[in-house]
Ligand binder design. Structure first.
Ligand code: COA
Ligand code: AMP
Length: 623
């Protein structure tokens, strides 16, 4: 069947379509009801199905006689380590760790927070939770204590799993002091903190709740898989929203497993046993879906790479990994390729490696800018595929589905909607726009399997942000258009979320931090285009009366504050002191117009502007 036929079937007969995909999994109890509604009136997939995600990711392959197949390759240029795990070894590691959690009292439905670097134990931890039917919440290792504290309070974990340190090029990040500070700042206190000691740095386990990972592991007995309902949560993953409070995106077990399995074949054209590498971090949704769950559920070999595209040791690192493990498909953020391109414009280092195994290059996390597309396309003789997705969906909403039919590429476009996603472009009043017209990208309900059924602890927020604006649709928060051929062009967020080096961050949260500086009366933070990182935040500050401070000094102090409160990945390094902020007459700061001016884009001055002259200062700064 062609892509068009498959997509059409998935939209016209979603139950038949997804029931068929669900049959590819080994359920404990096959679902009879393919789609139903929950108490909130939200569509839920496979409501009466029973399964265990860890069983599908590991045990099933061992039971099928594929236990010796390589499940995961850990490659760490920063730790100078490489290790390979077969499916049997992974199953045993995970079952033993699940035994540790069970000994600590973790049961089905409990939450466990994971704050770990890119080491195999982070993957074991996720799967061990899934094995017990516990809900994990992984927090990216680059977040500072305060962000961790907010997540601890919201997820209320019984246990926190962490490690002694992360390794960034040339430096260690001691995690334990960050974790201790976060627990001190949080109102919720976990019962146990289990620390994996890395050989590079030993953490002192000096609190009553501290436990040594390896000590507990020695004493534990392997734990078996606990059956859960398809609609039971597998994980909570916090992502940035418009406000400073992160949203705990909920992912269920059944829909997620079905979509993960389906996408490996349909989107990535990967067969069991082949090597798939998502060069992301387990702290992000790409890491959850395509380092851990999808490749393992599909019986592939996944690569866990603890390193960078450049500097570990050079811009040939990606090509080395592809050659060494015979990677068939690489998935990375465009910013990673821009970093490589900057250091090795002719991709000379790629010439040192045999890249024959590579069939496709996938990018996501931010729009693939056409220059980077052309650079990749011209140098590597494989399809370069931009695909668009969000933490909320867990898999691509739009892609070139090479496993079904490789469509012609249009640079700048994420290609066409994935099966199950009925993508529409709406104006502010919810009217559907025609081809070529820009508007809100929305998805007609029902959303396909794996998409969020809600926000942890906050259904009203889910309803208010995603469902209420356009009844019958999911609002993505991205703007864009569909062209005459049905290709989707994603142009950027329509809210206060920005994307720095493929990391989704909230400018609202940054404004809270900037606003907490003693000198600041009011501020706005907007995302400004950056050649390497896609976007960088820039702050505009109105000083308190009587305060005298230079922009440069304030920038240094604010950068420090943001590092401390959010983390170094936020990269807020530039602050401009202004005499007023452009606002509407009702007092709303015109962040969008400020962003457009800073990016030298066309903009329209809204008729509601309070003082048009306030834009002059921003224009001068943009020059
Ligand atoms: N733990 C602790 N600190 C971290 C971290 C982590 N996991 N990840 C990043 N940081 C820190 C870095 O050490 C750096 O700190 P510094 O300012 O003190 O040097 C800061 O956060 C910014 O890091 P990074 O965003 O990695 O920028 P960079 O300039 O060091 O590297 C790139 C630039 C493009 C190479 C890098 O951003 C990159 O590899 N991006 C791809 C990201 C990605 O894969 N995203 C997944 C989306 S699917
Ligand atoms: P995250 O939830 O961290 O995966 O970030 C999701 C956001 O990243 C989306 O809402 C988009 O703004 C952006 N994004 C991800 N992939 C793409 C893409 N291929 N093209 C354009 N924007 C993207």
């Amino acid at each position: 069947m062609t892509y068009a036929q498959i997509h059409q079937t998935s939209i016209n007969s979603p139950e038949t379509f997804w029931a068929e995909q669900a049959r590819a999994l080994s359920w404990y109890k096959q679902p009879q009801t393919i789609i139903g509604k929950d108490a909130n009136g939200v569509d839920r997939w496979f409501v009466d199905g029973e399964l265990n995600t860890c069983y599908l990711a590991l045990d099933v392959h061992v039971e099928a006689g594929r236990g010796d197949t390589t499940a995961m390759i850990y490659d760490s240029p920063v730790a100078d380590k490489k290790h390979t795990y077969s499916y049997t070894q992974m199953r045993d590691e995970v079952a033993q760790l699940a035994g540790v959690l069970a000994d600590l009292g973790v049961e089905k439905g409990d939450t466990v927070l994971i704050y770990m670097p890119m080491i195999p134990q982070a993957v074991f931890a996720m799967l061990a939770c899934a094995r017990l039917g516990a809900i994990h919440s992984v927090v990216f290792g680059g977040f500072a204590s305060n962000e961790l504290a907010v997540r601890i309070d919201d997820a209320a974990p019984k246990v926190i799993l962490s490690a002694s340190c992360g390794l960034e090029p040339g430096k260690q990040i001691p995690y334990k002091p960050l974790l201790d500070a976060a627990i001190d700042a949080a109102s919720h206190k976990p019962q146990h903190t289990v620390i994996f000691q890395r050989e590079q740095l030993q953490a002192s386990l000096d609190r009553d709740t501290d436990k040594s990972w390896l000590d507990l592991l020695e004493k534990a007995q392997p734990a078996d898989c606990v059956p859960v309902l398809a609609t039971d949560p597998l994980y909570i993953l916090y992502t940035s929203g418009t406000t400073g409070i992160p949203k705990g995106i909920l992912r269920d077990n059944g829909g997620h497993a079905v979509a993960m399995k389906y996408s490996m074949q349909a989107i990535y054209d990967i067969a069991p046993g082949e090597v798939f590498w998502a060069a992301s971090d387990v702290g992000w949704v790409v890491g959850h879906s395509y380092i851990v769950y999808a490749p393992l559920i599909h019986g592939c070999t996944t690569v866990l790479y603890e390193g960078k595209p450049v500097g570990t040791p050079d811009a040939g690192a990606f090509w080395r990994v592809i050659e060494e493990y015979r990677v068939k498909a690489l998935f990375a953020a465009p910013t990673a390729f821009r970093a490589i391109k900057k250091q090795d414009p002719g991709a000379a280092l790629a010439g040192n490696y045999n890249l024959d195994s590579l069939q496709t290059l996938f990018v996501a996390g931010e729009r693939l800018d056409p220059p980077t597309y052309h650079w990749l396309h011209e140098r590597f003789n494989v399809p370069v595929i931009d695909h668009w997705w969000q933490t909320e969906t867990g898999w691509a909403i739009a892609a070139n589905l090479v496993g079904i039919e490789c469509l012609p590429t249009k640079p700048g476009s994420a290609c066409k909607p994935s099966p199950g996603f009925d993508v529409r472009i709406l104006d502010d009043d919810g009217n559907e726009l025609r081809a070529g017209e820009q508007g809100h990208i929305a998805v007609k309900l029902p959303l396909p399997p794996s998409c969020l059924p809600g926000i942890w602890n906050d259904f009203p927020r889910f309803k208010h942000y995603y469902l209420d604006p356009f009844p019958g649709f999911y609002l993505s928060g991205d703007g864009g258009y569909l062209d005459e051929d049905g290709y989707l062009f994603v142009l950027g967020r329509t809210d206060d979320v920005i994307n720095i080096a493929g990391h989704r961050l909230s400018t609202g949260r940054m404004e809270e931090v900037v606003g907490s500086h003693d000198a600041v009366a009011e501020c706005a933070v907007v995302g400004v285009n950056d050649e390497l990182k896609g976007q960088l935040p820039v702050g505009f500050v109105l000083l308190k009366d009587g305060v005298a401070i230079e922009s440069a000094t304030l920038s240094v102090q604010v950068e420090q504050l943001v590092r401390q409160e959010i983390g170094a990945i936020a990269c807020l390094k530039q602050i401009h002191i202004v005499t007023r902020l452009p606002k509407t007459r009702s007092g709303k700061i015109l962040r969008n117009v400020m962003r457009q001016i800073m990016n030298a884009e066309d903009y329209t001055v809204p008729s509601t502007i309070d003082d048009p002259a306030s834009l002059e200062e921003i224009k001068t700064l943009a020059e």
